[in-house]
Design a protein around this ligand. Sequence first.
Ligand SMILES: Cc1cc2nc3c(=O)[nH]c(=O)nc-3n(C[C@H](O)[C@H](O)[C@H](O)COP(=O)(O)OP(=O)(O)OC[C@H]3O[C@@H](n4cnc5c(N)ncnc54)[C@H](O)[C@@H]3O)c2cc1C
Length: 447
Amino acid sequence: MPQQQPGDGADCRDVPVVVIGAGMAGLIAARELRRRGVEVVVLESAARPGGRMLAETTALGSRVDLGGQWIGHGHHRFEALAAEFDATAFPMRTPKWPAIVEGTRTVRNFGLTSAVAIASLLCWEVVSRVGVPRSWKNHSVHSWLRRVPNRRARRLLEVLVSVSTTADLDRCSMHAFLTMVRYQGGLSTMLASTGGAQERLLAEAAGTLTERLAADLRGRVVFDSAVTALHRDEAGVTIHSASGEYRAAKVIVTVPPPMAAAIEHHPPLPDQRIRLQRNTYMGSVYKAIAVYTHPFWREHRDAELTTLTEPGMAIFDTSPPAGPGHLCILIAGPEARNLETLSTDARRTKILSALVDHLGAGILETRGWHEKAWHQDRHVGGGYSALPSLGHEDGYYPAPAEPTGHIHWAGTETAHEHAGYIEGAIESGERAAREVLDALSSAATLQ
Ligand SMILES: Cc1cc2nc3c(=O)[nH]c(=O)nc-3n(C[C@H](O)[C@H](O)[C@H](O)COP(=O)(O)OP(=O)(O)OC[C@H]3O[C@@H](n4cnc5c(N)ncnc54)[C@H](O)[C@@H]3O)c2cc1C
């Protein structure tokens, strides 16, 4: 862990570049700048690096990710970073047909529910490709789903959309959802493991990469240092933060847009950016990892399933090749928020009891339980990413990243490829660092 260097609050520290946020985007931007010999300070509001990435160590010594974890198909930057840190990538174990279950019942793969759900998914895929009607901007996914004739198919679609986007379906327009589907390369890419967004995992946990990046910056990351205001002028930017005042020639903001709204700007930001911050919100998502001595379920069945009884869940077998057993649980939208009324024990019992009929009674015999409700995290506000509010197009990928004076914008939402993912965060950090390096070298040439 890098050492904290709090400012003393009285002096103004001069530094060529200040990066705001020590998530993947900010750490990559800072690393690129350092590699080119530019001094940098990263101001992070939380007491840890990683933002929407967070690894924990289990009682059995394995590492689990409570935030971003999967390396998707074609996420080359993420792959390269993992290889650079000698992390061990392995393919996620996934069955040909993940199970769909409701209560004690398993929904038949080729029954009416599946047929209606597949027909709807195909319809969405076609519309996302040929062009989404603009009038769907004001129609929520929730209202569209009400017209699906089969109750169980409707519920399956609800859980699939909710877990893949983390949106509240009554706040998410069909236009926004299907535009996202098109941007991400189709529903099969978004939902699939092999060839899709959930292809590979890291045995050491993806969150280890942000820990390592922060450590390599050797004390340049200042924690507990929320930025509260940015004053920009002709020559640079004055940064007000919980750890004091800084003066920089350039600033890179990597905070997700709805959370960046808490930072005051003088003079005010352009309208487009104010709209982006105002008309987006962070998704609600709860993630848990149950830990077992070994993935015992593999003796009888695969553990990739979607559950339809509330809370709707997506379950994945994320066990590393050398063990132990890791079962990953994702719950999104309002059903994630509803879990807040329960104690940790009650939550674990509710979630795991729903799996006993499908994975065996051993599922209750955990050796560890790691959980995080991201919508309760006051620093990142939720996940997986910022979402456009119903009726608005602000926040569609990629989010605008045109510099505002000496302020440059990064963060996964601004990526041109794989926005919303770790890959997008890396792309955006590299791009913002390049922009700043170009601007600094042009300024030096002019002097
Ligand atoms: C549960 C979950 C599962 C996910 N699964 C995957 C996955 O499997 N694969 C994948 O590729 N992606 C996944 N993602 C998404 C991925 O984690 C994110 O896209 C990525 O981590 C975003 O990185 P970032 O640097 O752009 O933003 P962030 O990580 O949000 O970094 C922004 C940083 O800014 C800090 N900050 C906020 N406000 C201030 C302020 N005022 N001053 C200073 N600092 C501030 C925050 O604390 C944070 O550290 C998941 C996300 C979640 C939450």
